[in-house]
Design a protein around this ligand. Sequence first.
Ligand SMILES: Cc1cc2nc3c(=O)[nH]c(=O)nc-3n(C[C@H](O)[C@H](O)[C@H](O)COP(=O)(O)OP(=O)(O)OC[C@H]3O[C@@H](n4cnc5c(N)ncnc54)[C@H](O)[C@@H]3O)c2cc1C
Length: 281
Amino acid sequence: MNIAIIGGGPAGFAAAIKASNNKNHVVILEKNSDALKKLLLTGSGKCNYWNINQSINKYHSSYENIANIINLNNLKLVEDFWNDLGIIPIIKNGYFYPYSEKSSSIKSALIKKALELGVIIRCNYDITDIKFKDNKFLVKAQDYEEEFDRVIIATGSLAYPKTGSTGFGYDVARRFNHNIINVNPSLVQLKTNASIKSSWAGIRTNVIVSHIEDDKICKEEQGEIQLTDYGVSGICVFNLSRDISIGLQNKRKEKISINFVPWCQSNFKDFLDKSCVKHND
Ligand SMILES: Cc1cc2nc3c(=O)[nH]c(=O)nc-3n(C[C@H](O)[C@H](O)[C@H](O)COP(=O)(O)OP(=O)(O)OC[C@H]3O[C@@H](n4cnc5c(N)ncnc54)[C@H](O)[C@@H]3O)c2cc1C
């Protein structure tokens, strides 16, 4: 069987490695000049590829049957997949990184395994159209078309479009009448409407950030915030961003409030008054 995999990211490579056997001829078609571009950026260039604490509670999705995907059997399959690639991990706080602490090691391992299995990797193939005719899929790019028995779409989400994932897969899925569950940004920084003073950009400090929806506090996160010229960033902000983006999609009134003095147990004004008295003494 001839199988085309559109997109040479981690999902495309995992699909190619699983799909290749003596009976299948598997081709990855990647639009960039090299595969796995986004993977190189992951985990700050180290690639946090696995985690000791894997459970369904860690996955946030509106997809109702997520338990069919994230369950003990499947998690074991993913773990075996990484082990079969021959990656030696270094584990920090339960997070798995390759021992080299370089995402390029994961890239090399995926490419090596795919090539060993006879997968063909074609870069600079920006697929523009897929048609189904006479029981075959006709896959097209500029100056290229080829027929396949099966097509796997692994073109990524809309996250970080500079790496090549520009949402092509959603268009194809829609054209072939697949359901698409609602997608929204998560683990992202927040752009604010309030005008930000450029003097605050670049500051990092420990804060409590509160997410306020329709004037009610929903959630609070403590940690290091990064103040930027467009708004706010940092893990504590990332952790609130999914709920805020869902709220914005649902036309809710979204606000954040930042407590810059989380160490202050009492009312900050009382604290200042007391400190001033002490100082004057
Ligand atoms: C900054 C950052 C840090 C991250 N850190 C981590 C981490 O530490 N651990 C972790 O597990 N996850 C991390 N992630 C998430 C992780 O990168 C993604 O979940 C993962 O890359 C998704 O893989 P994918 O193969 O589905 O999509 P992608 O990696 O986006 O790959 C899709 C590929 O399809 C190609 N493509 C798109 N359209 C076409 C087309 N029309 N024709 C041909 N090719 C096409 C793209 O060029 C791209 O190469 C991080 C993400 C970012 C942005």
